[in-house]
Ligand binder design. Structure first.
Ligand SMILES: Cc1cc2nc3c(=O)[nH]c(=O)nc-3n(C[C@H](O)[C@H](O)[C@H](O)COP(=O)(O)OP(=O)(O)OC[C@H]3O[C@@H](n4cnc5c(N)ncnc54)[C@H](O)[C@@H]3O)c2cc1C
Length: 416
C-alpha cells in the first residue's frame, strides 16, 4: 500500500484525493486545518449581490472524500530528504508520494496602511470579504470608485477588473454613473494579455467610461484621508491602450508617485506562497513551489508534486487550471508506482478566466502557456460559438452551471 499525503483540502487537494482514494493500492491522507471549503469563484458575484455567500461554503467534512484519512492540522515543516512532514501539533507524517496544494496567503504588509484599511469603511476586497464589497457598493453615493491590484501574482488575475465592471453596471442601474469616476488602475500594461479578449474588454471599458490606468502599482493606503498612492511602474506609454483625458483628480507627488483620492476602493491584496513552502527547500527564489511546469513534478524530489495557487507556474492561478493539472499529477503518480517513470502526459498551462462584464454578461478567456486563445469545444453544446464576446449564456455558465459542476463532479473525482 503506497502512502499518498496531500497537503491542502482546497480545490486541488480535494479533487486529487477524490480520484486517488478510488485506487486499491493507495492510502490517502489529506492534511487540512480548515472547518470550511469555499467555492471562491462565486465571490465576485457575492460582491455584486447576485450570489448568496452561504452558497459558496460547505463544511470540510462534507467535501472530504469517504475513505480519506483527514488530519485536521497544518503542515508546518517539510522534510523531503526523509519523506516526511511535521504538523503544527508535532505529528510526524511519512509518505511515499506527496502532493502539495496549500493555496496562497495574503501579505498585507506589502502595501503600507493596507492591514488597517482592509475590509473597513469604504475599503473592500472580494478576496477577503465579498459581503463587505457589496455593503460598500450599496452605500456608495458617487465620486472616485477605485479598483486596483498588487504587483505580486494573484489568484484569478481577472477578479479585480470583474468587480469594476459589475460596479460600473450597478452605478448605471442605480442612477449615479454621471457623478462617478470608475478607475481601474493596474501595474500591468494591458487590460488583458490575450488579444481576442483584450479587444472585447476595451469596448467594455469604453461603454462604461472606465478610466483605465496601466502601470499603476499601489504602494500605500491612507484610510483616514481616503488617498491611495501609486508608483508608476514600467513606464512604456506605448502599452497604454486606453487612457483618456484625465477626468480624475489625481496628482503626481514625485517623479513616479501619484496620489489618488477615493470614495470607495476595491483591491486584491498582495499574495505570496505559504511560509512552510517559501521557507522550505522546495521553493524557488520567489518562494513558490518549484515544480516542472509541464509534469508538475518537483524539480529536485521525484516523489513530490505541486499544483494550484502555490505552484510556480507561469499561467493564471485558477480552479479551472487545477482541473487540468490534477489528471497530470495523478497519471504521473500512478505511472511512478507502476513503472518507476512518469508519463509523457503534460499540462500545457491551460487556465481560464470568466470575465463577468456586467449583470447578465460574460466573456470566457481560456488560454495556455503560449497565450493562445483555446476555447473549450464543449461550449458549442451550450450554443456558445464565440466565447471572446459578451454573452448571456456564459453568465449562466458562471452563475448556475459551474458551481454545480464544482460541487457535484469536480470535488467528487468525476471528469468534467
Ligand atoms: C475573488 C476570487 C475569484 C476567483 N474567481 C475564479 C474563477 O472565476 N475561476 C476560477 O477557476 N478560479 C477563480 N478563483 C481562484 C480559485 O479559487 C483558486 O485558484 C483555487 O481555489 C486554488 O486552489 P488551491 O487548491 O491551490 O488552493 P485553495 O483552494 O485556496 O485551497 C488551499 C487549502 O489549503 C489549506 N492550507 C493552507 N495552508 C495549509 C497548511 N500549512 N497545511 C495544510 N493545509 C493548508 C487551506 O486551508 C485551504 O483549504 C478565484 C479566487 C478568488 C479569491
Amino acid at each position: 500500500m503506497k502512502q499518498i499525503v496531500i497537503v491542502g483540502g482546497g480545490t486541488g487537494g480535494i479533487m486529487t484525493a477524490a480520484k486517488l482514494v478510488k485506487e486499491k493500492d493507495m492510502a490517502v491522507t489529506v492534511i487540512e486545518p480548515a472547518e470550511y471549503h469555499y467555492y471562491q469563484p462565486a465571490w465576485t458575484l457575492v460582491g455584486a449581490n447576485t450570489y448568496n455567500f452561504e452558497d459558496t461554503k460547505k463544511k470540510m467534512s462534507e467535501v472530504m472524500p469517504a475513505g480519506v484519512n483527514w488530519v485536521k492540522d497544518y503542515a508546518e515543516k517539510l522534510d523531503p530528504d526523509n519523506n516526511k512532514l511535521i504538523t503544527r501539533s508535532g505529528e510526524e507524517i511519512k509518505y511515499d508520494y506527496l502532493v502539495l496544494s496549500p493555496g496562497l496567503v495574503y501579505d498585507m504588509s506589502l502595501i503600507e496602511g493596507l492591514e488597517d484599511a482592509i475590509d473597513k469603511g469604504v475599503v473592500c476586497s472580494n478576496y477577503t470579504d465579498p459581503k463587505h464589497t457589496w455593503d460598500v457598493l450599496k452605500n456608495f453615493k458617487g465620486g472616485n470608485a477605485v479598483f486596483t491590484q498588487p504587483t505580486t501574482p494573484i489568484k484569478c488575475g481577472g477578479a479585480p477588473q470583474k468587480i469594476a465592471y459589475l460596479a460600473a453596471d450597478y452605478f448605471r442601474k442605480s442612477g449615479i454613473a454621471d457623478k462617478t469616476n470608475v478607475i481601474y488602475a493596474t501595474p500591468g500594461g494591458v487590460i488583458f494579455g490575450i488579444k481576442e479578449i483584450k479587444k472585447t474588454l476595451e469596448k467594455v471599458i469604453d461603454r462604461y467610461g472606465i478610466e483605465f490606468k496601466p502601470h499603476y502599482a499601489p504602494v500605500k493606503i491612507d484610510a483616514d484621508k481616503k488617498i491611495i498612492t501609486f508608483k508608476f511602474v514600467n513606464a512604456d506609454a506605448s502599452e497604454c491602450v486606453i487612457n483618456k483625458d484625465n477626468k480624475i483628480h489625481e496628482k503626481m507627488v514625485g517623479d513616479t508617485t501619484i496620489e489618488m483620492p477615493f470614495d470607495m476602493l476595491h483591491l486584491a491584496p498582495p499574495q505570496v506562497a505559504p511560509k512552510f513552502i517559501s521557507e522550505s527547500v522546495l521553493a524557488n527564489e520567489f518562494g513558490w513551489l518549484d515544480v516542472d511546469i509541464n509534469t508538475l513534478q518537483h524539480k529536485k524530489f521525484a516523489n513530490i508534486f505541486g499544483m494550484g495557487d502555490a505552484a510556480a507556474l507561469p499561467t493564471a492561478k485558477t480552479g479551472a487550471a487545477i482541473r487540468k493539472q490534477v489528471p497530470v499529477v495523478i497519471g504521473n503518480i500512478k505511472a511512478l508506482i507502476a513503472s518507476g517513470h512518469i508519463t509523457d502526459k503534460e499540462y500545457n498551462g491551460y487556465s481560464s478566466c470568466p470575465l463577468v462584464t456586467g449583470y447578465g454578461k460574460m466573456v470566457l478567456a481560456e488560454f495556455d502557456y503560449e497565450g493562445n486563445f483555446t476555447p473549450d469545444p464543449k461550449l458549442k453544446q451550450m450554443l456558445i460559438f464565440d466565447s471572446s464576446k459578451e454573452l448571456t449564456r456564459l453568465w449562466w455558465l458562471k452563475k448556475y452551471i459551474l458551481p454545480r459542476l464544482y460541487w457535484n463532479k469536480m470535488l467528487k473525482g468525476k471528469d468534467v
